[in-house]
Design a protein around this ligand. Structure first.
Ligand code: XMP
Length: 529
């Protein structure tokens, strides 16, 4: 394993130490909403980081202005329930426990937690029973989101009950002396009325943190970080034309200029002209030198005769690594590899469920660091996707580059069912370009998470003029999604579908039938292979 660097742009533990931002530390007890807490707090312009629940208090305290204990799926009674170190409550830093986090805090400080006779799930009324900065600006009763089986029956000594749910259970506790508070419901989910305001009150009013986490600050500090780490060395990265690698390249280029060497590999299964267009624009507008490698024939040769989807992916992945290594070797003395890892991957790896076995290989150029003797820098690893877009805008990257739909690493190879040949790639590229063109013209591109065309391995009979045809079928796919994990098929207007179909059949030789995919994920996936 050749990975060596632990750098400020990499280390999740000490990022805030490096940047000097006061952070909110979120201890993760395994809730599916933990990352939402981080997001909501960052929306306030306050830096926030997710830490494992068992991070030592001394480490939690570094540059931390407030601590949040997340919810979690466990019952506090279970023998293996994750428990906070009691030292967390002795740091003198304000604490907010949410759901399981409140129960864990109550138990640690001598309160009573017991299984609820009636469980509370879903929407529920909540009313504060006191005037408190935590509830500033909120209505007298709120509809909140609950999800718990245990409850705090007895607040710890020194704590008051600050509010109850509509069925009379303790739903908020607090001790102003300790500056420790607990909410039984989830302020971070949108179903909780005033939830954002509650978090804001905790962060600003109770903890006194002023927001200094801005895109501009991120850009300035990251550029400085990169300069300090890289020194006079050179950095190589894979540039795909997608949002993350484009933003990362521009950011690093701003820091070290031409000592960044982005490599763009044309694997022959890209969209018609699109990626190359992005590369061209990055080159021209931003003045970035890009090493473009035309490897189309090499990839197509390696894919020849292959129909199994997983084999296609593997072949493309391996071939990519080989080409990247060859290019990097040609460049000579390079010390760093930059990768566009984002914060969701980092959260996954610090999660209480344990470091994820596989950070999805397609999130990055799978396997590169293990195979190459390079140190790793990951300048975007503290950012969520929408933050990456904001950074891109701050760096002057065009909105249409930043708003591009995701495109899979194996490209059209996994949208050509059956064998990938030059002819079939050309058919799909043309059909796909028409579909996207019509979607853009209809003003729908930004409403859709991802849209594309798939070439099927069947032929059907048709009639054109007086002639019988026997040609290919394509399927158009368009989905709504938040993160690609689940997706709904997009309700495409009939007129747009009609124009796409007519144009593909008229303009793309070899296609005589167009279908529209109306399956959602799950049980289907977004891609067909
Ligand atoms: P699925 O098909 O799993 O896709 O529903 C979810 C999202 O991931 C993208 N995807 C990939 N991206 N390499 C990538 O870089 C891959 O092998 C890959 N497979 C799927 C897909 O386009 C969608 O956005």
């Amino acid at each position: 394993m050749a990975l060596r660097a632990t750098t400020p742009v990499k280390s999740e533990r000490h990022k805030s130490v490096e940047t000097g931002h006061v952070r909110v530390a979120i201890l993760d007890f395994g809730s599916q909403y933990t990352h939402l807490i981080a997001r909501r707090i960052r929306e306030l312009g306050v830096f926030s980081e997710v830490l494992r629940y068992d991070t030592p208090p001394a480490e939690i305290a570094v540059n931390t202005g407030a601590i949040v204990l997340s919810g979690g799926p466990s019952s506090i009674y279970a023998a293996d329930a994750p428990r906070p170190d009691p030292g967390v409550f002795e740091l003198g830093i304000p604490v907010l426990g949410i759901c399981y986090g409140m129960q864990a805090m109550a138990q640690a400080l001598g309160g009573g937690v017991s299984p609820s006779k009636t469980r509370e799930y879903g929407p529920m009324g909540f009313a504060p029973n006191t005037v408190h900065p935590l509830f500033d600006g909120l209505e007298e009763t709120l509809q909140v989101w609950m999800s718990h089986g245990d409850e705090v029956a007895e607040p710890p000594p020194g704590f008051d009950v600050l509010g109850r749910s509509s069925d009379g259970k303790i739903a908020a506790i607090g001790s102003d002396e300790r500056r420790a508070y607990g909410l039984q419901f989830h302020p971070e989910v949108i179903h909780t009325e005033g939830g954002g305001r509650l978090l804001e009150n905790f962060v600003r009013r109770v903890s006194g943190i002023k927001g200094d986490w801005t895109t501009r600050a991120f850009v300035d500090e990251t550029i400085e970080d990169i300069r300090n780490i890289v020194g006079d060395s050179r950095v190589v990265c894979a540039l795909s034309g997608g949002v993350d690698s484009s933003v990362m390249s521009v950011l690093i280029h701003k820091a070290i200029g031409d000592r960044l060497v982005p490599i763009f590999v044309d694997n022959g299964v890209l969209r018609k002209g699109e990626e190359l267009d992005v590369i061209q624009r990055l080159k021209e507008k931003l003045g970035i030198g890009i090493d473009v490698v035309d490897a189309a024939d090499r990839f197509l040769a390696a894919l020849s005769g292959v129909t199994d989807p997983e084999r296609k992916r593997k072949i493309i992945g391996h071939e990519f690594i080989r080409i990247f290594e060859e290019e990097a070797r040609k460049l000579g003395d390079i010390r760093f590899l930059a990768q566009g890892t984002l914060y969701p991957d980092v959260i996954e790896s610090v999660s209480v469920k344990g470091p994820s076995a596989t950070i999805k290989s397609h999130h990055n150029v799978g396997g590169l660091p293990e195979q190459m003797d390079l140190e790793l820098i990951e300048p975007l690893r503290t950012l969520f996707k929408d933050e990456v877009r904001k950074v891109g805008a701050e760096l002057g990257i065009d909105a249409d580059i930043l708003g591009r739909h995701p495109f899979p690493g194996p490209g059209l190879a996994i949208r050509i069912l059956g064998e990938v040949t030059k002819d079939r790639v050309a058919i799909l590229q043309d059909a796909d370009a028409i579909a996207l063109d019509e979607i853009r013209r209809a003003g729908l591109y930004d409403d859709i998470w991802q849209a594309f065309v798939v070439l099927l391995p069947v032929r059907t009979v048709g009639v054109m003029g007086d002639e019988r045809t026997y040609e290919h079928v394509v399927s158009v796919r368009a989905v709504h999604s938040l993160d690609g994990m689940t997706a709904h098929w997009f309700r495409m207007p009939y007129e747009v579908l009609e124009r796409i179909s007519a144009r593909i059949i008229n303009e793309v030789r070899g296609v005589n039938r167009v279908c529209y995919d109306i399956s959602s994920k799950p049980p289907s996936t977004i891609e067909w292979e």
